[in-house]
Design a protein around this ligand. Structure first.
Ligand code: NAI
Length: 636
C-alpha cells in the first residue's frame, strides 16, 4: 500500500499505492507509518518525499471505512508525527490532493505540485469537516479568510491558485516527484521550525528570571576619562523593572560589587517611581542582586544584556551553560549580533532566543523576538508569551545582522550622513537627534568590528570609500572627539549637561563639517526637503522589501509595527512600508532608480527585486504583498 525506496543515495521516496486515487485506507496509513519510521531512523536518509502512484497524490480518506470501527493507525497522530519529524518531508502532488490527502500534504514541510494538479478540502460536501488538521493548518498557512472560503465551499483549486495562496511552494510542468526529490536535497540544511504549519508548542510559564548587566559602568579603555552619567536608558535595569512589575522574581547580575550597588539603587528607585505612578506598591521583595553567577542555578530564564561584544557574550553564555539547569532558557538582548553564534557556544542551542528590547526598556513597547535557526518553537513561544505578560508589542523576526529595525536603520542613517556631507540643510534631521539619544559609540563599535573603521583602516586609501562602496567618515570623527551623544553632553548637538535632553546646534560641528568639505573639495549645495525625505525614507523602505524577500520578517505589517513602536515613526504615516504604498510603489521605484543612478556606489539605493515585482504586478495594496513573496528560505 506504500512503496519505500532510497533514491539519490539519501532521499527516502514513499509512494502510495492504493489505486485508483491512493485513498488513506488503514493499510495505507499503516504503510506510511512504517515507511516514516524507517526514514527517520535510517542515518543515510536526510530527506523524505511522499508521492502517489499512477499520477495521483491522494484522494483522501477511504470512505468505505467510515461505517465500521477504526482499524489501523489513526490518521491525526500519524500526520502530527510526520510534521514533527526532524527530516524535511516534501509532498510531490500530481493529480489530486483532496480531503485527507490535502491534510497529508499540509503536514509535509514543503509542497511541490504538478501544473495540472487539483487540491481541496471537499469534506463539507459530504456534510463533515476536515478533521485531520485541515481546519487548523490551512488558516495558519494562508490566513483565516482564504482558508474559510476553501473549507466552507469545498472548492477544488488549481495548482496555480494554490501557489498564489501560498499553499504550495512550487508548480512544475515536469515530473513532480523528480522535482520534489531535487527540492528535498536542497532543503536538507534549512531549518524546519517555520515549515511546521501547526507549530504545536505551548509557552512555558516563567516564574523567575535573571537579568545580566544592570549598571552602566564608565566606558572602558581610553574612553574612561570622559566619565559617564548612568542614564535611565540602560537596558538591563529597564528589563528588570519590566519583569518585577508583572510579578516575576528577578535576580539582577552585575560584574562587580560597586556597579551592583549603584545598579541596585537605580532599579529600586525606578520600580518605586513606577509603582507610585501606577498607584500600586512596589514589588521590591521580588528583586535580588548578585555578582555571583552561581546564584542563577535555579532560574527559569536568563536575559543577557551585557555590552554589545560578541566575545564577552559568548563567555557569559558558556558560563551560564555550566551554572544553570539544563532546561533554563537563554535570551539575549543584543541589538544585532548573531543569535545563532551565541546559541552555538551553549549546551542548549534550541533554548536560545533573542529578546531585543528598546531603550528605555521599561517604557518602550516594542520587543523583537529573534528566532535563531535552532530556537525551538517552545522557546520562541515562551519569549513571545513573556513579552506579552510584560505588556510589549511583540514581533517575531529572523536572525540577520541588525534583525529588522536596526538593519533598516543602516541605509536610512547612511543617507542622512551622505546628505550632511553633500548639503547645506543644517541639522533638522530626526536621525541625528535619535543617534545622540541612543549613543554614537554604539554604531562606532559595530563599524569597527565590521572593519569599516578603526586603527587598521587607512581612511585616505581610497578616501570616502570602504569595502567598495561610498562611506562617510564624519560620524567616526565625531566619536573620535569623545562626543557620544546625550550621555556625554555632546554629540551631533550640544546639550546643557551630561545626560541632558535639550539639544542645540553646536558651532564646533559646523566647523568640523566645513573643514571636512574643504579638505575633500566638496561644494555644499542646497538639498530640497523632498530629496531628503525621499533618499532617507525610500532607502529605509527599500531595505524593508529586502527583509521581506529574505524571510526575516513575515509580513510588511510586522515591519511597520516595529517602526511605529520602536523607532518613533509618525503614527499617521502608518510605518515605512505603508508609507511607501501610499506614496505609490511606482513612484518609490522611479525615485530609487533615479537616486541610484546618481549614486551608483550606494547599493542601498538600488531598488529591491520585490519592489520591482510588486510594481510589475500593478502595485497591490500592502495586505496583498504576501501573495508575491515566496519564502522558501523563511527565517521564522
Ligand atoms: P550598558 O553598557 O549600559 O550595560 C552593559 C552592562 O553589562 C554594564 O552595566 C556592565 O557592567 C554589565 N556587564 C558587563 N559584563 C558583565 C558580566 N560579565 N556580568 C554581568 N554584567 C556585565 O549597555 P546597554 O546599552 O544596556 O546594552 C546592553 C545590551 O543591550 C547590548 O547588547 C546592546 O546592544 C543591547 N541593546 C541596547 C540598546 C540601547 O539603546 N542602549 C537597545 C537595545 C539593545
Amino acid at each position: 500500500m506504500a512503496r519505500y525506496e532510497l533514491v539519490k543515495r539519501s532521499v527516502a521516496l514513499i509512494t502510495l499505492t492504493n489505486p485508483p486515487v491512493n485513498a488513506l485506507s488503514s493499510a495505507v496509513r499503516h504503510a506510511i507509518a512504517k515507511s516514516m519510521e524507517c526514514a527517520l531512523s535510517d542515518p543515510k536518509v536526510t530527506a523524505v518525499v511522499i508521492c502517489g502512484e499512477n499520477g495521483s497524490f491522494c484522494g483522501g480518506a477511504d470512505i468505505r471505512e467510515f461505517a465500521g470501527p477504526l482499524k489501523g493507525p489513526p490518521l491525526v497522530p500519524l500526520l502530527d508525527a510526520i510534521e514533527a519529524g526532524e527530516k524535511p518531508v516534501v509532498a510531490a502532488i500530481e493529480g489530486v490532493a483532496l480531503g485527507g490527502g490535502f491534510e497529508l500534504a499540509l503536514v509535509c514541510h514543503y509542497r511541490i505540485a504538478h501544473s495540472k494538479a487539483r487540491l481541496g478540502l471537499p469534506e463539507v460536501t459530504l456534510g463533515i469537516l476536515p478533521a485531520a488538521g485541515g481546519t487548523q493548518r490551512l488558516p495558519r498557512l494562508i490566513g483565516i479568510s482564504a482558508a474559510l472560503e476553501l473549507i466552507t465551499t469545498g472548492r477544488h483549486i488549481s495548482a496555480q491558485e494554490a501557489l498564489k495562496l501560498g499553499i504550495v511552494d512550487q508548480v512544475t510542468e515536469q515530473n513532480a516527484c523528480e522535482v520534489a526529490v531535487e527540492f528535498a536535497l536542497r532543503a536538507v540544511a534549512k531549518p524546519l521550525l517555520s515549515r511546521r504549519v501547526s507549530m504545536p508548542c505551548k509557552p512555558r510559564e516563567i516564574r523567575s528570571a535573571a537579568v545580566m548587566g544592570i549598571k552602566r559602568e564608565c566606558l572602558h579603555g581610553h574612553e574612561q576619562d570622559l566619565g559617564m552619567v548612568p542614564s535611565l536608558g540602560t537596558m538591563g535595569r529597564g528589563i528588570a523593572v519590566c519583569l518585577a512589575r508583572v510579578g516575576i522574581s528577578v535576580i539582577a547580575v552585575e560584574s562587580e560589587n560597586k556597579l551592583l550597588e549603584t545598579g541596585r539603587q537605580m532599579v529600586i528607585g525606578m520600580l518605586e517611581r513606577d509603582a507610585k505612578r501606577r498607584g500600586v506598591s512596589a514589588s521590591l521583595n521580588l528583586l535580588k542582586f548578585t555578582i555571583s553567577l552561581q546564584d542563577l542555578k535555579d532560574v527559569n530564564l536568563v536575559i543577557e544584556a551585557v555590552f554589545e561584544d560578541m566575545a564577552l557574550k559568548k563567555r557569559v553564555f558558556q558560563e551560564l551553560s555550566k551554572v544553570c539547569r539544563p532546561a533554563t532558557l537563554f535570551c539575549t538582548n543584543t541589538s544585532g549580533l548573531d543569535v545563532d553564534a551565541l546559541a552555538g557556544v551553549t549546551d542548549r542551542p534550541h533554548l536560545v532566543v533573542g529578546m531585543h528590547f528598546f531603550s528605555p526598556a521599561h517604557v518602550m513597547k516594542l520587543l523583537e523576538v529573534v528566532c535563531g535557526p535552532r530556537s525551538s518553537s517552545e522557546t520562541i513561544a515562551t519569549a513571545m508569551s513573556l513579552g506579552k505578560r510584560m505588556g510589549k508589542v511583540r514581533v517575531a523576526v529572523g536572525n540577520c545582522p541588525g534583525f529588522v529595525g536596526n538593519r533598516m536603520l543602516k541605509p536610512y542613517i547612511d543617507q542622512a550622513t551622505f546628505l550632511l556631507e553633500e548639503g547645506d540643510f543644517g541639522f533638522a534631521m530626526g536621525v541625528f537627534r535619535m543617534s545622540d539619544l541612543a549613543g554614537l559609540d554604539v554604531g562606532w563599535r559595530v563599524w569597527k568590528e565590521s572593519g569599516l573603521t578603526g586603527s587598521d583602516v587607512d581612511p585616505e586609501n581610497p578616501p570616502r570609500r570602504r569595502q567598495g562602496r561610498r562611506y562617510c567618515p564624519i560620524p567616526d570623527m565625531v566619536c573620535e572627539k569623545g562626543r557620544f551623544g546625550q550621555k556625554t553632553g555632546r554629540g551631533w548637538y550640544m546639550y546643557d549637561k551630561r545626560g541632558g535632553t535639550n539639544a542645540k546646534p553646536d558651532p564646533l560641528i559646523q566647523i568640523l563639517l566645513e573643514t571636512y568639505r574643504s579638505k575633500y573639495g566638496i561644494q555644499p549645495h542646497n538639498i530640497s526637503n523632498q530629496e531628503i525625505i525621499e533618499r532617507c525614507l525610500f532607502a529605509l523602505a527599500n531595505e524593508g522589501f529586502r527583509i521581506l524577500e529574505d524571510g526575516i520578517a513575515a509580513r510588511p505589517e510586522d515591519i511597520d509595527v516595529i517602526y511605529l513602536f520602536g523607532y518613533g515613526f509618525p503614527r499617521h504615516r502608518g510605518g515605512p512600508m505603508f508609507y511607501a504604498s501610499m506614496v505609490g510603489l511606482e513612484r518609490v521605484l522611479e525615485r530609487l532608480e533615479h537616486y541610484h543612478q546618481a549614486h551608483p556606489d550606494v547599493p542601498h539605493l538600488k531598488p529591491s527585486p520585490l519592489l520591482k515585482k510588486l510594481v510589475a504586478c500593478g502595485s497591490p495594496p500592502v495586505q496583498k504583498w504576501r501573495e508575491h513573496i515566496k519564502t522558501m528560505h523563511s527565517h521564522l
